[in-house]
Design a protein around this ligand. Structure first.
Ligand SMILES: *Cc1c(COP(=O)(O)O)cnc(C)c1O
Length: 219
């Protein structure tokens, strides 16, 4: 299968979602800029990158395109300035210090779309805040005008037996967030990757983050 066939297959599954049709975020870490350009030509507009330097190089090469760049990797505090300046979305906010620095760095730019990353599977190796920390962090973030809190992001347990309960827990947390912060405009639940996106779509994801199922295996 080539890129256009893989994309058509993913789009078909998004279109068949039971509720809101999820957006496809093309996760393009390690993928060369010319391939992003080909994906853009097929209609993709949202791209997710994990590593700042790699992303900046591609952004420079693709500056003629109208791409929405999402930062989805671990955020080091000394990278917050550049991330705030060069991305439209940050999906991996995992502590207030990082949120405050992103807010301060945003300056006169429109508010930065942010998701709180949740450590839903409880695996210590993964980033994110504990579920109990989500609401306090969300409340604090809504007080920062440089940011626009849009929702939650998570990686589920890689074990397909355990992933469904993680997705269900995320959907509950997302519902609670919308209920507790009714005027915040919470509209994004980003979950599901190449290995588990059908389960995430079934559980109510509004965005799936797809790398290998779109671009092929990473080198
Ligand atoms: C790499 C990555 C993905 C995409 O993973 P695939 O299995 O290649 O689809 C999604 N989310 C995050 C946070 C990632 O780092």
């Amino acid at each position: 299968m080539d890129l256009s066939q893989r994309l058509a297959n993913l789009q078909k599954q998004c279109a068949a979602a039971p509720g809101v049709q999820p957006r496809l975020l093309a996760v393009s870490k390690t993928v060369p800029a010319r391939t992003l350009r080909a994906a853009y030509a097929l209609g993709l507009r949202h791209f997710g990158e994990n590593y700042l330097q790699e992303a900046l190089a591609k952004q420079a090469e693709l500056a003629d395109l109208d791409i929405q760049w999402h930062f989805i990797g671990r955020i080091q505090r000394n990278k917050t300035q550049a991330i705030a300046e060069h991305f439209q979305w940050v999906e991996s906010v995992d502590r207030l210090l990082i949120a405050e620095r992103l807010h301060a760095a945003r300056g006169d730019l429109p508010p930065l779309n942010c998701l709180i990353e949740v450590a839903i599977s409880g695996e210590a190796s993964k980033g994110g805040v504990a579920p109990a920390e989500v609401l306090p962090l969300a409340r604090a973030m809504t007080a920062l005008p440089g940011l626009r809190l849009r929702g939650l992001m998570a990686l589920a347990n890689p074990d397909p037996q355990l992933a469904p309960q993680d997705f269900a827990a995320m959907a509950r947390l997302y519902g609670q967030l919308q209920e507790q912060l009714p005027s915040a405009g919470i509209d994004t639940l980003s979950m599901g990757t190449s290995g588990d996106y059908p389960l995430a779509i079934a559980a109510g994801a509004t965005e799936i983050r797809i790398g290998t199922a779109l671009f092929g295996a990473r080198a």
